[in-house]
Design a protein around this ligand. Structure first.
Ligand code: GLN
Length: 473
């Protein structure tokens, strides 16, 4: 879709030439939000606050003391908390909840003068691949409103796709940034596990979850990552490393790139996505990279392994929603036990309940070894086999998804079909390595975007972005 601005550089240029003011920019995005309200991307728009921030930051720019993100208007997924604002993870169970603190990522962005324009719709507790599991209704793909935008960060994707803000934050546990980025024609990054603080991210599966950006340009992605990454004392699972250095070079040195043959040969892969991948492979060869097909015979084990482990973690993480301390409490509750039971029964949606039950089952003493322990071993195997690839290659290439954006309702009654939407994306989360989805082509039959995925070794985000940039040139 046409956008007025696709990078902060363009906005800063216009601001500096006095062709644009920050209040005008905020008005522009607010008017787009109004026009596209029916897409249901936003759960709340911080209209007044955004206008006030525009005045303050606009003044800072003219006085030459503005932060690195001055001029950037972003949206945040509804599972990232922001002090004094509601956060519901698109669930009824968090109805009325307002956070007493801000996520580390929010604080870091605000410190650089970002403007947060609102919070975006998503699948409930980030569980889903179509944004149809939100308690606040589905989000529509702006390119074809009969189709899903992907999930779970569908609202963040559509907010950027339809030019309602310049960039957005999402979270990715098994593909929730990359798959919607592919379905809406954007850049979306799952950063190395442990480089972005999870403090203030409402947990789904803690050993997989990372926050990451959606952008329309490589430069904005690099800039946002350079600000949101880096150790944080509130998150003990982080690497003790400073923020990632995100230099984008126009000079591209030859890389060794592996593509996974099992992905390209997969029966579920759309033929047009297969041929787009093949075109990309020849393009990369022409650019002087060494590209080779490799076998990775674990493809069909990855989604089941992911489901066992993430549901186990979710069942434990979501036990805190009891109806007692915060969020929704059933009006029909009469004692402690009925408060738990009724609040959770009424507060959680179907998919969340399915996952809590599955997770509780795989953790139960009779089945723990058969499912949970086994899945942990498979995760270790997938991680080590993935890292082995990086002994010989710099990058792994796959399509981001096996199909383009599907129709609303197409998979919603078949959870297994929906889970397979994550076929190519869960590998990065299982291995904890960075993965970028970038817009590569347009599907010749339906005009929908096709996204490609680049995975690299830990901390290789800048290299992945450099490669994506050189492909776009
Ligand atoms: N679609 C995947 C799932 O349903 C991924 C979700 C996510 O990354 N948050 O679990």
């Amino acid at each position: 879709m046409e956008k007025r601005f696709s990078s902060l550089t363009q906005i800063r240029q216009q601001l500096s030439e006095a062709k644009l003011t920050l209040p005008e920019l905020v008005d522009y995005y607010l008017s787009r939000i109004e026009v596209y309200r029916h897409l249901n991307a936003f759960l709340e728009v911080f209209e007044q606050e955004a206008r006030e921030a525009a005045a303050v930051i606009g003044k800072k720019i003219s006085e030459g003391r503005a932060g690195k993100l001055a001029g950037m208007v972003i949206a945040i997924k509804d599972n990232i908390v922001y002090k004094g604002h509601a956060s519901t993870a698109s669930s009824k169970i968090l109805q009325g909840f307002e956070s007493l603190f801000s996520a580390t990522v929010v604080e870091r962005l605000l410190a650089e003068d970002v403007i947060i324009i609102g919070r975006t719709n998503c699948d409930e507790f980030a569980m889903g691949a179509s944004n149809e599991n939100s308690a606040y209704g589905p989000v529509l793909n702006a390119l074809d409103e009969s189709r899903v935008p992907g999930g779970s960060s569908g609202g963040s994707a559509v907010a950027v796709q339809a030019d309602m803000c310049l960039a957005a934050l999402g979270s990715d546990t098994g593909g929730s940034i990359r798959q919607p980025a592919a379905f809406t024609g954007l850049y979306g990054m799952y950063p190395t596990y442990g480089v972005v603080s999870r403090w203030g991210l409402i947990a789904f599966a803690s050993s997989f979850d990372q926050i990451g950006p959606f952008t329309s340009s490589v430069s904005d992605m690099a800039l946002l990552l350079s600000i949101i990454t880096g150790a944080d004392e509130h998150d003990a699972t982080m690497y003790q490393r400073p923020a990632l250095q995100m230099e984008i070079n126009t000079e591209q040195k030859p890389l060794r790139i592996a593509y996974i043959k099992d992905c390209l040969e997969h029966e579920g892969l759309d033929p047009q996505i297969r041929s787009a991948t093949e075109t990309l492979i020849s393009k990369l060869e022409q650019k002087g990279h060494e590209v080779k097909g490799i076998g990775f015979p674990y493809l069909d084990n990855m989604v089941p392994c992911y489901q066992v482990l993430t549901t186990a973690e979710a069942s434990s993480n979501l036990s805190r929603f009891s109806g007692l301390t915060y969020g929704y409490r059933s009006a029909a509750a009469t004692d402690l036990e009925s408060t738990f039971k009724k609040s959770r029964t009424e507060g959680f949606g179907t998919e969340v309940k399915r996952r809590i039950m599955l997770g509780t089952f795989v953790l139960s003493s009779d089945y723990y070894d058969a499912y949970y322990t086994k899945a942990q071993k498979i995760r270790q195997l997938i991680r080590s086999k993935t890292l082995d690839i990086f002994k010989d290659f710099d990058v792994i290439l796959t399509p981001t998804t096996s199909t383009p954006a599907f129709k609303i309702g197409e998979k919603s009654s078949n959870p297994v079909a929906m889970y397979l939407a994550d076929l190519f994306t869960v590998q990065a989360n299982l291995a904890g390595i960075p993965a970028l989805s970038f817009p590569y082509a347009t599907h010749p039959e339906n005009g929908l975007p096709i996204g490609m995925q680049l995975m690299g070794n830990s901390f290789s985000e800048a290299m992945l972005l450099n490669l994506a940039q050189s492909i776009a040139e």
